[in-house]
Each structure stands twice: as structure tokens, then as C-alpha cells.
Design a protein around this ligand. Sequence first.
Ligand code: FES
Length: 120
Amino acid sequence: MPSREHDVGSAAEFGDCEPKGVSVEGRALVLVRAGDAFFAARDICPHQAARLSEGEVRGTTAPCKPGEDVRYGREGEILVCPWHGWEYDLTTGRALVDPDRVRVATYPVRVVDDRVLVAM
Ligand code: FES
């Protein structure tokens, strides 16, 4: 089935790194704006079904070896579940804790004439 784009609002309605829940055709999505980038994912955590739109957007620590300095990065690309803190990569939907087995569905987003369009 071909995807269809849905208008979920003006880009100005989305605060930077503030997850926002929206409903598209009865499906709950979480939209995240990080600077000029927009991400969309299902608004339900695969662990125990918390609303990811009530979570927090931030970065994460990079892998490092014992004794190395801890580096922090990817600000605005990680959505953290509000209940137990599982982290999701907004670019892929995969959970950082187990990326091969745990993920949320993600959807392409683009902005046209200040309108945010999600393809589903
Ligand atoms: S419900 Fe999301 S980490 Fe538990």
C-alpha cells in the first residue's frame, strides 16, 4: 500500500526537543523537532506501553573503553521513555539497549511551506 502524507501542524507548533503526541488516522504518534530535523514514531513504548510523547529528548553517551573519557553526543536524536528510561534512536526507532530486537516504528517527515507532513 503506498504511503500517504498527513499534515500534523505548523512547524512553529513543535518546540525544539519537546516530544509532542499527535493522532493520525487513529494511530498515536510522537513527533520530535530537533533544530531543523523532524522525527515521527509510534507513541507507545514496546516495553510496557508508556506514551513516548511524555518522555524526554536528549543525546546519549558514546561507547568507550575503561579509562577513556566519557563522550556525550547525538543531542536531539534520542527519545527516552518516561517510565523505565529505555532510549530510542529517533533516526531508526531502535532501542539502544537491544537494537536488533526492540524498536518502535518510525515514519518519514518533511516540512513543506511550514507544514509538517508525516508519511504513513
Ligand atoms: S514502558 Fe518504556 S521503558 Fe518501560
